[in-house]
Each structure stands twice: as structure tokens, then as C-alpha cells.
Design a protein around this ligand. Sequence first.
Ligand code: GLU
Length: 553
Amino acid sequence: MNKELVERLLPGLTHDINYYEELYPKRNLGEGAIVTRFAPSPTGFVHLGNLFMLSIARKMARQTNGIVYMRIEDTDQERLVENGISKIIEAVREFGFTFDEGPINESEEGGSYGPYIQSKRKEIYQTYAKELLLKDLAYPDFTTKEELDMIRSEQEKSKRRIGYYGKWARSRFLSEEEIIKKLDEGKPYIIRLRNNGDFNNKIVVMDAIRGKLELPEDDIDQVLIKNDGLPTYHFAHVIDDHLMHTTHVIRDDSWLSSLPIHVNLFKILGFELPIYAHFSPLNKKDGETIRKLSKRKDPELAVSYYHEMGIPSEALMLYLATVTNSNFEEWYLAHENEDIDNFTMSFNKVGISGTIFDMEKLLSISKNILSKISALEMYDKTLEWARKYDEEFARILEKNQDLAVKTFNIERNSVKPRKDFAMFSEVKQGIYYMFEELFKNENYEWQKINNIEEIKNILDVYINKYYDPNDNEEEWFNKMKEMCDELGYASNMKEYKQNPEKFKGNVADVSTVIRVALTTKSRTPNLYDIMKILGLETIKKRFELVNEYRIGF
Ligand code: GLU
């Protein structure tokens, strides 16, 4: 197509493709370094699939001293949300993801292969489209939506493959005069590829995860530049991954069907094809069926869910590591105290059958992690969570730091620490009884001893005769036993088991009464420690509250 007409179709371009080829030279990296990218669309919804992909991408890049950069794919302007870019950056940063290059916020970026926001690269795409127009490998298409619908219904009627290709691609036959006429009339247009591919040919692609793929060659005259001057995903992907020197395109397998389009575009543009690695997205077991996690049905698909529930990001990352690589778990069990960066990942160990997302397993990983951090760290993290999601609890934690840290410390620094919490959102419910502001004398979980007179008697005798705040744990327990003997409960479990009918109950039943009176719960961490932290005054107050509760009835 003649230059003047091309310039009329894509006006105002200041550079040619050589300029960009020189501006973005080959990266100077070591042999085998993987350059890959995180390429989200800023729709405001960051999902588990993004993290899944990122955990593979980051690992592979780090392991090969490569690069992982972020590119914002905002060419579909209708799907954008306000501050979409910052939202993504913040969401992934909470999981420890930072990038070697890419946007830092809505207006700044770092790296020498930018801009990293596609809407700012309009000129670049148009320059490459211009080159294709000049070489007669592209053409303007003025077809209206109604005309496209007509083509489609004709194809359906005659049982032809649907699409804008071959003889159906009417605009590819327009002469330059006809094009000029339409331009003079002000008709809107898009730029399409003049595709000489043959659908009956097979192309072979070696996918790093899926192995050898045989696919039909693309023969559709794909849209390169849309009516708003921005490129389609296909065209932008090919230009960007070429100019940014991506070696590996890691993306979910919903893109497999578009792969022939991309392979074809790389070939036509004379660019080296990157290595593709298509992974299967996470599935969910829903009754008897297995299906993809869905935005509508599964809140756990959104990354914000984990923040809101307070599932620590380390837990989610560790869980994702176990599901991205089939041999990770075995390695981890053998190297539990090592940095997981020491694990070597390989693409061919990434599952292709669709991993089932297992919340139970994630929560058990989380419990394990939270049981191993220090009480102070547990306090800090809970507070950080509460400041965002539960202001009342945050205020209470701030006011009672010492008490909270001591509470988190109960049975923590042992070989087998307690595993109470999987999420920060569970903490308040788990330890509310330690705080005066939260304690309520209701829903007492009385067990075997549930006669209020008997309960009151035990509490009275205990506080007036046996409880001494200066006792150590052994002394305390011995006194509990003495009290049992006095009140007709078995202090010796062996004796109790031999002749249970001789006793009103045993020492465990009695300590449960004290536990429930203090906490309302029948199961708590170590009772002696709880009492030490609460202190004599509070213990007395709690016992009085049991009494009030009875009166209320
Ligand atoms: N913008 C695409 C998406 O969000 C990226 C796919 C890719 O990584 O190429 O799905």
C-alpha cells in the first residue's frame, strides 16, 4: 500500500520500527536466564490465578537469575476501574511480590523497556501496524457490525467455519481508490492482518508445561488495531513480548485456543517465538463435580478474600508452591527449616490436569506457620489485620498489648506448640475472654458438672481456701487435688476409673468448672497460665459473674 495512504490511516507517527528495535536492545543476561512477565488487566479483581501464575514466574526467574516484570494490559478501556493499577500492585505486594521492572504506581515506573502500560504504547503498536500496511500484510477494514453479522449468518447457513478469513474477508479486496473514498466519507475503520495462513496446515509448538502441541494454522484476518487506535490483546502481546525480550510466556490455558494467532503473528513480523508455558487454573470440588473456580460462586477466588479472612500470605504462597510443583511437598518435608527459594522448580513438574484447590490444606499450613512465630509477631500481625478489618478489636489489642502478648505466648515456645489459629479473623473469637471489654457472662459451656449450686460451691471453696496467686504450676495442681478430696471428687484418675461410683466426678471435671467460669469455654490453652495472666482481681470478678448469670435465670 502506498506510503501516503498508510500515513492517512495511521497519522502522526514519529518513528519507524528500527527506532524501537534499537531503543529496546537484547537484554544482557546470563545463559538460560528466564525473562517473564505478569500481565494483568486492571479490572480491580486480582484472583488466585494471578498469584498462582506469579509464584511460577517469580520462581523461574529467580532461579535462573532472570527478570520478572509487570506489564499492565489496559487496551480494553471499558473494563478499567479507578486506581486499578495501584490496586493490583498493592494486592500482590502483600504476598511479597515485587517486580524487577514495571509500574510503581499510577504514574511512575522503573525499567528500561517501558512504558509498561499498554495504553501508553499506542504509537509503538501503530508503528508496527504501519510497517505491515506498507508491506501489504495488513489492510483497513470498514465493515460495520451489521455487515459482520450478515457474514456470520451466511457462514452458519452454508455450514462454513465462522470468521473473517479468505473470501469472507471482504475488505481485503478493496482497492486503494475504494479505501480513499471511504476515508473521504469519514467511515470508521480498524486495521486487520492480511493472513495467508492455511487452516488445513498444522503447526507444532513445544509448550514448556504441556509438551508438544499440534494446532491448526491461523487463517483469520485478525484485528491488529481497533477503532480507538489501541491494539487487540493478540497484537499487543506479540509486539510487547518481542520488544521487552520475554523468553517465557507463562499464562493460563484459556489462552491455548489463541496460540495459533500468536504463533502466526510472531512469524509474520519476523520475531523470535518465546517459549509458552500454559498452566491449568485451579479447580474446585463442588459436590461430585470438579469445576473451575468461579468469580461469581467462589469468594476464595479473589485475593481480597485472604486479606479479609487474615490468612497469612506466607501460608498461601507455601500452599501455592505445593500445588504448582508436584515434587515440592516432598522436598519441603525433607527441608522444612530451609528457605523455599532453595527448591528448584521445573516447568515439566507443573500439573496440567487442573489442581483442586484445597482450603483445608491451606488452613492447616497456615496453622502450622502461625504456631511457629513468636507471640510478639503474632500480636503485631493480628493487630495489623484488625486495624483494617476490626477496629474495635484493634483498639483493645493496642490498649492491652502486654496481656495479648502473654496470651499468645501460652504453650507457644514448645516442641509441639498449640495450633489454635489459621486466620487472624479467628483470633478475637479464640481469646476474647482474656479482655474485660469483650468478655460476656453468657453461653457458658458447662460440661459434666452443670448444677449451678455445685458450681458455685466449687468456685467459692477454690477462691477462698485453695487459690494462691503465688503458687507455681505444680503447687497449684496439688491444691486442686486437695480440694477434690475435700469436695468428694477423685484426685487420682486411676482410682476414679476403678470405682467411679465412689466419687462425684474427678479432678478434670473440677478444673473444667474453673475453666468455664473464667472463659465460658470448655477448651482453652493451659488454665494455670490463663489464671496467671488474668490475675486475682479478674478471677474473682469472673466468679461473681457466674453468680449474676444464675440470678438472671
Ligand atoms: N492480560 C491478560 C490477562 O489478564 C494476560 C494474559 C497473558 O499473560 O498474556 O489474562
